[in-house]
Every structure is written in C-alpha cells, then in structure tokens.
Design a protein around this ligand. Structure first.
Ligand code: ADP
Ligand code: MG
Length: 247
C-alpha cells in the first residue's frame, strides 16, 4: 500500500524546548486522519514541520515516497484561521486563484482557465456567490470554506488542515467535513488537526494522538479509548472531563 506520508523520528524545538519529540508515523493513502491532543501538544508544530515552514532538529519526512522538495505541489495546507491576515486586500476569487499557482508553469500567469477552475472550487464549497467579496468581510465559516476552495484548486494529493472547525457555524462544518470525506473517497489523504473529541470517531478513519510525542496512531474508535486519552490529556482537566461523553 502506498504511503501518503511518512514521518520518521521528527523532533522540533523552540528555544531549546521540544514541541514535538521523536515523532514517527506512516499514513496510507486514501485516509481521513484526525490529529488530536491537548492545547500546546505540538499539533500545529507537527504540520508546519512536515511542510518545512519551520526547521526541525532532526528527523525525516517523505510525501508519497519523496522528500518535500520533490512533492511540494502535491501538498495543500490550510493554516489556522488565526494565522491568516484577514485585512489583506484580496477578494475571494483571487484568493482561490492563488491555489492554482503551484500547477502553473514558470513564467505563466493565471488566466481564464485558472479563474474557471477557481470558480468551480468555490461552487464546490458553496461560496460562488461571494467571488468578489473581500476576504475580511466574510464570516468565520465562509472564510474557512474559501481557504478549503483554495486548497481544492491546488488539486493536491495530501491535504493538511489546522483546526478548520474552530469558530465556524454548523452548516459550514457539515459542508467542510462532507468535502473532506469526498476527497478521501477519491483516494486523497487528508490530515486534520482537531480538538473537539465528541466528533472524532464520527469524522475520522484514523486518529493520531499526540502530546509532544505521538502516543498512538490507529483506527479512530480504538485510539479513542478513555485510558489512552486520559494519559494524553493528563493535566488538562476541562478536556479530561469531556472524555466520558466523547468516546
Ligand atoms: P498545538 O497546536 O497542539 O496547540 P503548538 O504546536 O502550537 O501546539 O505548540 C506546541 C508548543 O510549542 C507550545 O508549548 C507552544 O507554546 C510552543 N510554541 C509554538 N509556537 C511557538 C513559537 N513560534 N515560538 C515559541 N514557542 C512556540
Ligand atoms: Mg494549534
């Protein structure tokens, strides 16, 4: 079976403190995978290190059997909403057109074809009527759908999304999870940082449980056992209290 992502002994530190320590995981293609763990567990750091947006201390990452330099075009990333400058003067359509850039040849500018492709992606997320709006004028759920459309426009094989359901309405959440499941059904691999444990088994095929180290990776229902979760969330009492309902 083809490995969509292979992380080997990856460690990342900030100012001498490990945020991710000796993480290893191999993920088969065609899975929808949730990354769960308490606040500050290193979930965002793991995604950024996979994408080489931040340097790692050591370790290796392969995407579809190749290093990132050779597979960058095949990876789409949707950062946490809080990391995006929503005041940046750009409209919805142009934001999505940016997603087509990795597939444009050198010296080529996006043209009619790319705009059509971007509009089609906006239609898939139900945002075609907002094409000319400034991104800052949208609700949280609409912003998240636009950034998902941008990722779709990239036509990637591996999708990494950081907390896409935080601060959005129920309708947008249903639309987004529906699209992520259809990507998975089309053979794509989707990794989603997620912290609402109540939906973890309903949404995901597999879960990565992380708290600095990867504590578990496997079938969602099996990872979501009270014992493993309590260990991961130890010290994070509000979360631990939710566990009975969650799994
Ligand atoms: P999560 O996404 O699971 O909430 P993060 O990956 O954002 O966790 O953070 C992991 C740890 O690294 C936390 O202790 C956080 O405070 C620290 N951290 C994250 N980003 C930075 C940074 N840019 N500089 C210093 N420390 C950071
Ligand atoms: Mg985070």
């Amino acid at each position: 079976m083809q490995q969509a992502l292979r992380v080997e002994n990856l460690s990342v530190s900030y100012a001498g403190h490990y945020a991710v320590e000796d993480a290893s995981v191999s993920i088969e293609a065609g899975l929808l995978v949730g990354i769960i763990g308490p606040n500050g567990a290193g979930k965002s750091t793991l995604l950024k290190a996979i994408l080489e947006l931040i340097p790692s201390d050591h370790g290796r990452v392969e995407i579809c059997g190749r290093p990132l330099q050779q597979s960058r075009r095949t990876v789409a990333y949707v950062p946490q909403r809080s990391e995006i400058d929503w005041q940046f003067p750009i409209n919805v359509l142009d934001t999505v057109v940016l997603g087509t850039y990795p597939n444009l040849g050198w010296f080529n500018k996006p043209g009619r074809h790319e705009r059509q492709a971007a509009l089609e992606c906006l239609r898939r997320v139900g945002m075609q009527d907002f094409a000319q709006r400034q991104i800052g004028e949208l609700s949280g759920g609409q912003q998240q759908r636009v950034f998902l459309a941008r990722a779709l426009a990239q036509n990637a094989d591996l999708y990494l999304l950081d907390e896409p359901f935080v601060g959005i309405d129920a309708l947008s959440e249903r639309a987004i999870i529906g699209i992520l499941k259809s990507l998975r059904d089309a053979g794509k691999t989707v990794l989603v940082v997620h912290h609402d444990l109540s939906k973890a088994t309903e949404y995901f095929d597999r879960l990565i449980l992380i708290n600095k180290r990867i504590l578990n990776y496997g079938v969602a229902a099996e990872v979501c056992t009270a014992g493993a979760l309590t260990k991961a969330y130890l010290g994070d009492l509000p979360f631990t209290n939710q566990l009975g309902v969650a799994c």
